[in-house]
Design a protein around this ligand. Structure first.
Ligand code: SF4
Length: 311
């Protein structure tokens, strides 16, 4: 039996909602089938504050073994490094995170805020990820931090994280395995492909058949700010609720898995210069892009350009 403690910091609770929405298996089945024991979760644990305090004390002292620490939400260091913007029973969560992280065998940052600071990293909040701030390794635990099992923090970005990813990582850990991580400490299995790959609108993208409103069939890269060609994540590999993804439904990807999320420009808008997006798909050179996109648009088949039906 492996113990799991879920700590919520600066968070909207979206990762919890995502995980609770998992269907096959549901969360309870997952824990039962994989011998995981949820010691505490802020949304569905029923113990009172005294029990919670006692649990934290036993984990901190090492009297109870902590196998997996899951952190949801950014960790604030503000104001002035004190962490007092976010406290638990008068104590900065910053201190609690550090203590539990040093006791845990494996640490999982769920969501972009816990991974990279995310949406909390605006203004004077001092919001950090556990081991990253944006794409720079460090965060509140520091670059050289390793868990009791000599592992870096496993980052599972997304706003929220896809429940299938968290489920798979928990299954692996329960079987004594660990995911292979990329340079941002995200599992390669889930974060080595672009959202663009697998999108049903790829053919429209290739021929630059553009969409300028939500819910249509065309590609949303050129006017509606779709970040699919710039964002790593499995949204079009593993559908949400096993049914759909944002881009399938006609809503642009806004790059929520990326360390620089949220970007400084507005969602749903593509910054352009003379009708060429400022940011091009990963790995594409501007000269090649200018040459082939013009030709591709001219060669677009009528069955794409004359699309009339809505998705
Ligand atoms: S809508 Fe977005 S993800 Fe889909 S093909 Fe266009 S750019 Fe790629």
């Amino acid at each position: 039996m492996r113990t799991v403690y879920w700590l919520q910091c600066g968070s909207c609770g979206g990762d919890t909602m995502s995980f609770l929405g998992m269907e096959t298996p549901d969360m309870l089945e997952l824990f039962r089938e994989h011998n995981l024991e949820m010691l505490w979760h802020p949304s569905f644990s029923s113990g009172d504050l005294l029990e919670q305090e006692e649990l934290i004390n036993t984990l901190r002292s090492g009297r109870k073994t902590l196998d997996i620490l899951i952190v949801e939400g950014f960790v604030t260091t503000g104001p002035d490094g004190s962490g007092l913007y976010d406290t638990y029973m008068g104590e900065p969560k910053l201190a609690l995170v550090k203590d539990l992280a040093h006791r845990a065998a494996v640490i999982i940052a769920v969501g972009t805020c816990a991974s990279f600071g995310g949406i909390g990293n605006i203004g004077e909040t001092g919001a950090n990820g556990l081991q990253f701030l944006k794409d720079e390794c460090g965060g509140v635990l520091g670059k050289s931090f390793r868990s009791r099992r000599d592992r870096p923090v496993i980052n599972l970005p997304g706003c929220p994280v896809h429940p299938a990813i968290l489920k798979d990582v928990l299954c692996m850990i329960s079987e004594g395995k660990m995911p292979i991580l990329n340079e941002l400490q995200c599992p390669e299995e889930w974060y080595s492909m672009l959202v663009h790959q697998g999108c049903t609108r790829n053919e429209y993208h290739e021929y630059r058949v553009e969409e300028d409103d939500f819910g249509g069939r065309g590609c949303m890269f050129f006017h509606l700010g779709c970040q699919g060609p710039l964002s790593y994540g499995p949204c079009n590999k593993v559908l949400w609720n096993q049914r759909n993804s944002k881009t399938n439904a006609g809503v642009p990807c806004f790059g929520c898995t990326q360390p620089d999320f949220p970007k400084e420009h507005a969602f749903f808008h593509t910054p352009n210069i003379v009708d060429v997006p400022l940011e091009l798909p990963k790995g594409v050179s501007r000269a090649h892009y200018l040459a082939y996109k013009g030709m591709a648009a001219a060669a677009a088949p009528e069955r794409l350009t004359s699309r009339k039906n809505r998705v």
